[in-house]
Design a protein around this ligand. Structure first.
Ligand code: NAD
Length: 330
């Protein structure tokens, strides 16, 4: 709201200040897996930049963090081009904003929605040829990722062979279960090594290892939730795709729910806001997606986010909860 009161010159000055700061924080977070500020701080300043650029679109610069996915790509790994870009997600921080987004897309008769948990990990892509895993990569900057095939092959939930000989690119989230994260940090602390800030950074740091034995020890897991192109599948809905991916041998998150209206979305959010701590893995929100895959395709994407999905982010966790968990393990 504070942006509303700024003159254009003031808004431009603020944007010029925010961009390098966000870029630097993004670099620490995405490239080094070691964030230097809390996510909520990043999110709040990012939201300010979005508000400025929405009000004054001519102030948008192509290198703005709002126009680019993720961070840099490590030279430790070979590069993989994502022919179909791996995107981020638009996010909202209140139910009002979420319902506005849904109202807006409902105008186009989009039908049902699929509600999913937003897994707090990092996006991966798996390429299969005739049912055999041939390549696995990180999201990188969305257009180019890192080749981490050997690392991904150490993760038990990733099938190296599918139940049908499909040629398909499957995408999803790699994460570190909460208990593995606590155990890993306790061990690192005992060894005098720096601890990971959160399970997401621990997963990213564990996956992007030159020595795949390290990755293998880190107890990573995956939930797959997307395909680059749905043609090889028989299902034509997001929920049907999740079922089909499970039949093919992938681990999918079982909590998804097809919903018809905003009241159902609201109930899904409340249900998982209350049960969040009971899950074995971290979630940082929920994702609402248009359920029809052809309509998803029709709606397309901006340079950074799909137009058919939105993430509702939970408020930042109470510091006390995090401290309690760590004390309990150490
Ligand atoms: P994001 O992680 O908020 O959302 C997009 C990602 O959600 C997707 O790429 C995918 O990997 C993931 N996802 C999880 N479950 C999903 C599901 N069911 N369906 C679809 N996607 C799912 O966006 P981002 O652009 O990767 O990163 C922004 C986040 O990173 C923010 O939360 C921000 O706070 C944090 N960040 C923090 C810092 C810092 O310095 N602390 C810096 C940069 C970014």
């Amino acid at each position: 709201d504070s942006i509303e009161t700024l003159t254009k010159a003031e808004a431009e000055a603020l944007a010029t200040e925010l961009r390098p700061k966000l870029r630097q924080w993004g670099e620490a977070y995405y490239t080094s897996d070691a964030p230097t500020v809390e996510d909520s701080v990043y999110d709040q300043q990012y939201a300010q930049l979005v508000a400025i650029e929405e009000k004054y679109p001519d102030l948008i610069t192509p290198d703005s963090p709002t126009q680019n996915v993720g961070g840099a790509i490590s030279t430790d790994f070979s590069k993989v081009a994502h022919d179909i870009p791996m995107l981020s997600l638009g996010d909202v921080f209140s139910k009002e904003e979420l319902m506005d987004f849904i109202d807006h897309i409902t105008e186009n008769e989009t039908g049902d929605y699929n509600c999913e948990l937003k897994i707090d990990g990092l996006a991966i892509s798996l390429q299969y040829e005739n049912g055999v895993l041939v390549q696995g990569s990180t999201r990188g900057n969305g257009l180019i990722g890192e080749d981490i095939t050997a690392n991904l092959k150490t993760i038990p939930s990733i099938p190296t062979k599918l139940t049908r000989p499909l040629t398909i690119e499957v995408r999803g989230e790699c994460y570190m279960p909460k208990q593995s994260f606590l155990d890993l940090n306790a061990k690192r602390e005992a060894e005098g090594k720096p601890v990971f800030a959160n399970p997401r950074n621990a997963a990213a740091g564990s996956l992007r290892q030159l020595d795949t034995r390290v990755t293998a020890e880190r107890k990573l897991s995956t939930f797959m939730y997307n395909v680059a192109d749905y043609e090889p599948l028989t299902s034509r809905t997001q929920s049907g795709m999740l079922d089909e991916l499970a039949e093919l041998g992938f681990t999918t998150n079982p909590t998804y729910r097809v919903v018809k209206d905003e009241a159902d979305v609201d109930a899904f959010i409340d249900y998982y806001t209350q049960r969040r701590d009971d899950l074995a893995y971290g979630i940082d929100g929920i994702v609402v997606k248009v359920n029809s895959l052809p309509i998803q395709r029709q709606m397309g994407a901006t340079v950074k986010v799909p137009r058919w999905a939105i993430a509702y982010k939970f408020p930042p966790e109470e510091a006390a909860t995090i401290v309690r968990d760590i004390e309990w393990t150490v």
